[in-house]
Design a protein around this ligand. Structure first.
Ligand SMILES: [Zn+2]
Length: 142
């Protein structure tokens, strides 16, 4: 069992869905970090049975909307002097821009290159989004 207080200043990304930690680790480019980072997989969790977590011994900029989009159950803990000074519970962002692409071949974003793909949250439970331009649905469930 690892304890959060093993880092003095930094960020702990907690409650990552078990198996999801590696892709977040890669997304944050922590494999290229020159500071201490740890990816812990399949840690015991009261809430989910198992979870992944990432410890970062540094304050880096996190795109919380993007992280919430990847995994809305994540908790981000900001650590200072070995204590949690801030706890941020993520959720699905209302809007996502430039992250997912509209699959509708007739959508203006498919026809024109320079338009940012924009989606609006439609159904929080299903994680369903709809394209702001053509109402095409995007969902994690496919
Ligand atoms: Zn569209």
């Amino acid at each position: 069992m690892l304890y959060i207080d093993s880092i003095s200043k930094g960020i702990v990304i907690d409650h990552i869905r078990a198996g999801g930690g590696f892709s977040i680790f890669k997304y944050l480019e922590l494999d290229k970090a020159d500071f201490t980072v740890a990816l812990i997989m399949n840690a015991p969790s009261k809430k989910f049975g198992k979870k992944d977590l990432i410890k970062i011994e540094n304050r880096i900029d996190l795109d919380l909307a993007m992280l919430g989009f990847i995994d809305p159950n994540i908790t981000v803990n900001i650590i200072e002097d070995e204590k949690i000074v801030e706890k941020i519970n993520l959720s699905l962002p209302r809007k996502v821009e430039g992250i997912i692409k509209c699959k509708n071949p007739r959508c203006v974003t498919s026809l024109e290159r320079n338009i940012v793909h924009k989606f609006v949250l439609m159904d929080e439970e299903k994680g369903a989004y709809k394209c702001e331009y053509c109402d095409q649905i995007y969902s994690w469930e496919g």
